[in-house]
Design a binder for this molecule. Structure first.
Ligand code: NAP
Length: 485
């Protein structure tokens, strides 16, 4: 099968940090279909040879194990082409149409790795140039809009020229091996399903913690914030994967229908819940990994009086028979004390205890998403002499499954997997427009509340796990964040 992958924003950060390394890995693994072209697009005036040199130089920063040898790069470079095109100039699209028609590939992937405010324009121009045929697949990166109305407007424009099955809305968390394993664990094993419900689970925590600040993306981030950047998409998709009912099969719409039901069952916000169950924070100067770092408002591109949140913690519930009354906590932020994404499923205590155990030591399933990728099951077992001296019979022990160690280099990275899925036309791991709209609809009242609130985000020192109000929020339910207890 021949393909043309057109990379709008072919010289940008996303292209060289994520997409090119992923495409190269697929090429190296022999999974990228043969007979393809990767066409980088930007306003620079580069020849194919100059573009190849640029990509080659950028591979220097990639992990040694993932870096191509000179011979490998020579072969990979044969796929790379460049086209100078200004996306805001309708007359430029004719040259792309001409380049694509020279070849008539079976599949043409249009990957929009450019600023989101160009999306609608690009899609309309592609259609005007006749580039929305049945073999076209469009990949849209986040953020798709900044609220429900703008998200709908983009979706409407896109759907006016392409059918839903041609639209691939990327949420790269869904491509992460750990999330694949979450689906495998839940729907490929009989073990967990009977306990995966309110009768056995007391609460669930989803944490996506970053130790980095906004780096060079201050101007972008200041208009976005943690709720739009992480919660509306990644965290809610994780919540869907955790809470959805088993789909009737593994086809895209069966999976997406079940995720949509979860999003529609999220408890609507009340004024009290907005007061009690949402904490927003913004990092102040502090120490991360032993290094002093500046506060958010001193970052380049950030308004010195910015009220943008770099941290959110919230509590929600799902109104369904399976989950009624089980709190789901979501927490994400920048410049936190660790770089770690994980889900902690906390099980209830035994109904009747015959052994003494350390306080708070119930069963937990930890799904590690990054930097490690694995499953950790916390159980209670017969303890040591010391436990007995402390008057406890049981002690916590862990069953630890490390997927990196188990599968090593055989693992497929998130972008690699998603790019191959787009070329193959597999939509399972992409987000449908109604899911996205339901997620926006749910976060809107929070944004609305913040807009009208006099008090801005609570400051927290860089290198901590966010404002203490986040711990107070979960403590009101009698729980604590996983690293606190
Ligand atoms: P970036 O580094 O600013 O790159 C933008 C790219 O678009 C450049 O290649 C730029 O090249 C090109 N471009 C801009 N205006 C153009 C125009 N009028 N015509 C043709 N090309 C144009 O941005 P990025 O960080 O890669 O982000 C791209 C998209 O991915 C954004 O939607 C972002 O939100 C999303 N995203 C990025 C990341 C990430 O890690 N970077 C992660 C998730 C999502 P020229 O200026 O030379 O034309």
């Amino acid at each position: 099968m021949s393909f043309d992958l057109v990379l709008f924003g072919g010289t940008g950060d996303l292209a060289w940090r994520k997409l090119m390394p992923a495409l190269f890995q697929a090429f190296r693994h022999g999974t990228l279909p043969e007979g393809g072209r990767i066409i980088g697009i930007a306003r620079d005036d580069l020849s194919d040879a100059q573009y190849r040199d640029l990509i080659r130089s950028r591979f220097d920063g990639v992990d040694l194990a993932k870096r191509p040898s000179p011979e490998e790069f020579e072969r990979f470079a044969g796929l790379l082409h460049f086209l100078r095109l200004d996306l805001s100039r309708p007359e430029d699209y004719g040259r792309l149409a001409q380049m694509l028609r020279e070849r008539h590939a079976d599949v043409v992937v249009m990957y929009l790795a450019t600023a989101p405010d160009l999306f609608s324009q690009v899609v309309q121009q592609l259609a005007a140039a006749g580039l929305n045929g049945a073999n076209t697949r469009l990949v849209l990166e986040k953020p798709l809009g900044h609220d429900l109305a703008s998200n709908r407007a983009i979706n409407e424009t896109v759907r006016s020229v392409l059918s839903e099955r041609q639209i691939f809305r990327i949420d790269h968390y869904l491509g992460k091996p750990a999330v694949q394993n979450l689906f495998a664990m839940r729907f490929g094993n009989a073990l967990f399903e009977p306990v995966w419900r309110r009768e056995h689970i007391s609460h669930i925590q989803i944490t996506i913690a970053e130790d980095l600040g906004v780096e060079k993306r201050g101007a972008f981030y200041d208009k976005t914030g943690a709720l739009r950047d992480m919660v509306q998409n990644h965290a809610l998709q994780l919540l869907c994967a955790l809470a959805m009912e088993p789909p009737i099969n593994a086809h895209a719409d069966a999976i997406r229908d079940e995720k949509l039901k979860v999003l529609r069952s999220l408890k609507p916000w009340t004024a009290e819940a907005l007061d009690q169950h949402v904490v927003r924070g913004q990092y102040a100067a502090g120490n991360v990994n032993g290094q002093p770092v500046k506060g958010y408002r001193e970052e380049p591109g950030v308004d010195p009086e910015s009220r943008t949140e770099t941290f959110v913690a919230l509590r929600t519930e799902i109104a369904s028979w399976r989950w009624a009354g089980v709190p789901f906590y979501i927490r994400t932020g920048k410049r936190l004390g660790s770089r770690e994404a994980h889900i902690v499923v906390n099980f209830r205590e035994t109904p009747h205890a015959i052994f003494s155990a350390p306080p708070g030591s119930t069963n937990r399933l930890i799904i590690h998403l990054q930097p490690r990728d694995g499953l950790e099951l916390h159980l209670l077992a017969q303890g040591s002499q010391e436990n007995r001296r402390n008057g406890q019979v049981l002690a916590p022990v862990h069953l630890d499954l490390d997927f990196d160690k188990r599968f090593g280099s055989e693992r497929v990275g998130a972008y690699e997997r998603l790019l191959l899925d787009v070329i193959a036309g597999r939509l399972n791991l992409f987000v449908r427009s109604d899911e996205q709209e339901a997620a926006w609809r749910w976060v809107e009242p929070v944004l609305e509340r913040w807009r009208g609130e006099e008090r801005g985000p609570r400051p927290y020192n860089a290198g901590t796990m966010g404002p203490s109000a986040a711990s107070a929020m979960i403590a009101r339910d009698g729980f604590c964040w996983s690293e606190e207890c």
